[in-house]
Design a protein around this ligand. Structure first.
Ligand SMILES: Nc1ncnc2c1ncn2[C@@H]1O[C@H](COP(=O)(O)OP(=O)(O)OP(=O)(O)O)[C@@H](O)[C@H]1O
Length: 246
């Protein structure tokens, strides 16, 4: 059964539909990547799932619950979390304070300890202002903030944005570990070839519509579509990282 099921979803910021007729699903513990052309509506689709798109129609069901009637905070409460592409941490707060201010996080002190176990680099920098973290550390803090509410689905908007290739690898390693902690991932990623190499499935978006969906492996093997939508070049599927508890 799908954890998130989206059917015939359309919507936008004003009168014009940015996404149209979207059918999509994400299973428990799945990693699903949304790829496509610039301006196709990938971030908009993620925002719709989180409940921050001003106008939408269609259906969205999460774990049997109708999302269309729920505000953002209610979506967080039932197990959805979101890491925006920018402004995903508070620069003028320390690492610890960034975690302490997260709402909808029961047993907060214990959960913060879990986050420091999961991201040891952050533990060593708990008193550092977030604006002084490296790009990779900042992204880890953004993940930790999103995981504070113990979500079952995390929505990631371009987690590798503005990161070097080495830091991208590091952040993708963190993404790969999420399903082991019963967290499913729906992710928009420009580095689509690299992301699809570890994704269970992917959707290709063009001008607001899904033009292709398949397993990550099949999308990577689809030369014709690959050249157009996910760039050229080979990416080796990385080995799975060791399990960790979240
Ligand atoms: N807040 C907004 N208000 C009005 N239009 C917006 C807003 N955000 C995005 N758009 C428009 O919606 C369209 C899709 O944008 P979106 O960011 O979803 O695309 P994308 O596929 O994520 O693009 P990219 O890969 O370049 O980040 C674009 O034409 C964009 O200008």
């Amino acid at each position: 059964m799908s954890l998130l099921k989206i059917a015939n979803l359309s919507g936008g910021y004003g009168d014009v539909d940015i996404i149209s007729g979207i059918d999509m699903d994400v299973g428990a513990k799945e990693i699903v990547t949304i790829a496509g052309t610039n301006g196709a509506g990938k971030s908009t689709l993620i925002k719709a799932a989180m409940g921050i798109l001003p106008r939408i129609s269609g259906t969205m069901v999460f774990d049997g619950i109708d999302l269309m009637k729920l505000q953002i905070e209610d979506r967080v409460r039932i197990g959805i979390s979101y890491v925006p592409q920018v402004r995903n941490v508070f620069g003028t707060l320390t690492v610890l304070e960034n975690l302490q201010v997260v709402e909808h996080a029961p047993a907060k002190a214990a959960r913060i300890r879990d986050m420091f176990d999961l991201f040891p680099a952050l533990a060593g920098r708990r008193g550092t202002y977030a604006e002084n973290l490296s790009g990779g550390e900042r992204q880890q803090l953004a993940f930790a903030r999103a995981l504070m509410s113990s979500p079952r689905l995390i929505l990631l908007d371009e987690p590798s944005a503005a990161l070097s290739p080495a830091l991208t690898d590091q952040v993708f390693e963190e993404v790969k570990r999420l399903p082991q902690a019963d967290v499913a991932v729906l992710m928009v990623e420009q580095r689509a070839r690299q992301a699809l190499a570890f994704s269970d499935r992917g959707y290709i978006l063009d001008a607001g519509r899904i033009v292709l969906s398949d397993t990550g492996a099949n999308l990577l093997a689809n030369e014709e579509m690959g050249d157009v939508y996910i760039g050229r070049g080979q990416v080796q599927a990385a080995p799975q990282s060791p399990s960790s508890h979240i």
